[in-house]
Design a protein around this ligand. Structure first.
Ligand code: FE2
Length: 290
C-alpha cells in the first residue's frame, strides 16, 4: 500500500498484523491497534499530546526496575488490574483483588495456625475461616499463600529493618478446611509518590495515595480456580477511596473481640480475649475439559 490516507490507515495497519500465527495474540494486537486508533480519532490527538504521552511512558519505564514496576502501578491506578480481576471472578466464589507488587514466590511453609507475630510491633489479631467449594463443602486439600505489611506500613522487601520473609507464609488448611493466621493488624499504606504515575496522573486528579489496610492471599485447591485476593478491615478509613480500586464488599471483614484463651496465648496476650476476623473463602471449580 503506497497511498496511506486518514480513511485507510487503521484498516491497513490492522491487516498488517494478520500474519501473527497465534489466533489469540492476533486478536489481542489487532483490537489494541483498533482501539488506539479510535481513541486518537475521538480525542483528535495532537502532535504535542502524542509526544507528551510517549515521554510519560519513557519516564514510567525509566523508574522501573527488578523490584519496582511503575507500569503495574499505572495499571492499578487506572483500574485495569481490578477490571481484569473482576472479569476473572465468578459469581459463586469469593471475588479476586489485586496481586500488588509485594508477592514473592517461595514463602516459608508454616503449620496451621500459622504464627507471624515474631516480635512485630502492632496489634495482635487472628485471621481465620474456612476454604470452601461452591456447594459449601470444605476443600481439605487447599493451601494459602499469605502476605501483609508491618506496623510501619512497609513490606519486608522495601524495609531493611525487617527480617526476610517477615509477615508472609504458606499454610495448608486442616481436615475441616479451616485456616488461621495469627498476626498483627495490617496498616493502610501509600502507593509510591516519587514517580510519574503519582506526579502525572494520581495527584493532579486530586486522588488519594492511600490503599485501605489489607492482607493478601492466594488460595488454591486441586480442581479449583486459584484465587488471588485481599481481605480488608471494616474499620479502615480508606475503604471508599482505595487508590487501586481493590475493595469489594465481600472482602471486608470486621474484627470481633472473642474469648479464645488458646488464640490469646498464641498472640502473647494477657487474658483470654483477642480480636478475630472470620472469613470463609469460596473457590469456584475449574471448568470441565471439553
Ligand atoms: Fe498490599
Amino acid at each position: 500500500m503506497r497511498d496511506i490516507r486518514l480513511d485507510n490507515i487503521t484498516a491497513v495497519a490492522a491487516s498488517s498484523l494478520a500474519g501473527l500465527p497465534d489466533a489469540r495474540q492476533r486478536e489481542l494486537m489487532q483490537q489494541l491497534l483498533l482501539h488506539l486508533h479510535a481513541y486518537a480519532k475521538t480525542v483528535k490527538l495532537t502532535h504535542a499530546e502524542w509526544r507528551a504521552a510517549l515521554a510519560f511512558l519513557h519516564r514510567t519505564g525509566d523508574i522501573s526496575s527488578n523490584t519496582r514496576s511503575e507500569f503495574s502501578l499505572l495499571s492499578d491506578v487506572l483500574g485495569l488490574s481490578s477490571l481484569v480481576d473482576l472479569m476473572a471472578s465468578t459469581p459463586d466464589a469469593t471475588p479476586g483483588s489485586v496481586l500488588g507488587p509485594f508477592h514473592t514466590v517461595g514463602s516459608p511453609w508454616l503449620g496451621n495456625p500459622a504464627n507471624l507475630i515474631a516480635g512485630n510491633a502492632g496489634q495482635p489479631v487472628v485471621l481465620r475461616g474456612r476454604v470452601l467449594g461452591a456447594q459449601g463443602q470444605p476443600l481439605v486439600d487447599a493451601s494459602i499463600d499469605f502476605w501483609q505489611n508491618a506496623d510501619n506500613g512497609l513490606y519486608w522487601q522495601i524495609d531493611p529493618t525487617q527480617p526476610s520473609d517477615n509477615l508472609r507464609c504458606q499454610l495448608k488448611v486442616d481436615a475441616q478446611g479451616n485456616w488461621e493466621v495469627d498476626t498483627i493488624r495490617a496498616r493502610p499504606y501509600q502507593i509510591p509518590t516519587d514517580g510519574p504515575v503519582w506526579h502525572d496522573v494520581v495527584a493532579p486528579a486530586g486522588r488519594s495515595a492511600w490503599r485501605a489496610a489489607h492482607v493478601h492471599l492466594i488460595v488454591s485447591a486441586p480442581g479449583h480456580r486459584t484465587l488471588v485476593t485481599e481481605l480488608f478491615d471494616a474499620e479502615d478509613p480508606y475503604l471508599d477511596s482505595d487508590a487501586v480500586f481493590g475493595v469489594r464488599e465481600a472482602l471486608i471483614g470486621r474484627y470481633q473481640l472473642q474469648t479464645d484463651a488458646a488464640a490469646a496465648a498464641r498472640l502473647g496476650l494477657q487474658g483470654e480475649q483477642c480480636l478475630v476476623m472470620h472469613t470463609d473463602i469460596v473457590l469456584s471449580p475449574l471448568p470441565a475439559e471439553p
